[in-house]
Ligand binder design. Sequence first.
Ligand code: SF4
Ligand code: SF4
Length: 283
Amino acid sequence: MQHSKELTATIFDIERNSYVDGPGIRTTVFFKGCNLRCAWCHNPESQSTVPQMMFYKNKCSGCSKCKEKCPNALETCDLCGKCTMYCPHDAREICGKEYTVNQVLREIVKDKSFYENSGGGVTFSGGECMLYPDFLAEILAACRAAGIHTAVDTAGNVPFSHFEQVMPYTDLFLYDIKAFSEDLHHAGTGVGNQRILENLTRLSSAFSGKILVRIPVIPGFNAHPDEMEKIAAFLRPLGLSGVELLPYHRLGEHKYTALEKSAPSYRIPTEEEMTAFRILFDR
Ligand code: SF4
Ligand code: SF4
């Protein structure tokens, strides 16, 4: 068995003062790597498990300092990071870095007083943080021991044994459901949803903490009354703590450009659509 201090995970962001991933003021830790490929993903840099170069063309002045300093004259990239140190406009960034459990914990405890005063804590997200169950269980246990409220944000497409591993140290699951219809789910995310739905059903009976289901609302994908009714009917008997609807947004578009990928072209749902879906779920 690996000694705990040797466990590492690739993290692409540790965001402090977050208000959107659970109660109170939180620190959200974003793991790199995901086994879904949601067509509307607003964190495309979270999908690959390995570090990546991101180049923000709109910030670049064309000074060529990066090319002068790059050992490969920018023809190939081995992620040495020199260009990021010399760029005067932060136009280049290496996304993703290996962290040990203690390195992540040190970042989390910095804001402990804010968590205590606001009823907040830490949220592990991604990507898919549940792809790292050993690391996740260990950092969750360390946060629990430090008296910090713990939340896990997951799309649920992992063996149920991963849930069993992290459950004892988790206060809240934020569980994403994208669609109920298997074909639709496959078309939008690249994978079926049988395991995701089964895991949520099992989790809802095995877990003593809270489960908040989060549903992205994407016009052209799931933002249709029939599909939302199907999701609501599936969730109704599960005894969840709540359901949150998250309107699609375009805030991640610049990241697609920085990764030389094409950005998705979904429409943002209207306020009227969001209200109608909220009423449907309130029922
Ligand atoms: S990270 Fe290193 S190898 Fe890659 S482009 Fe920058 S300087 Fe060149
Ligand atoms: S150093 Fe930065 S600003 Fe200058 S050319 Fe390179 S990316 Fe552009």
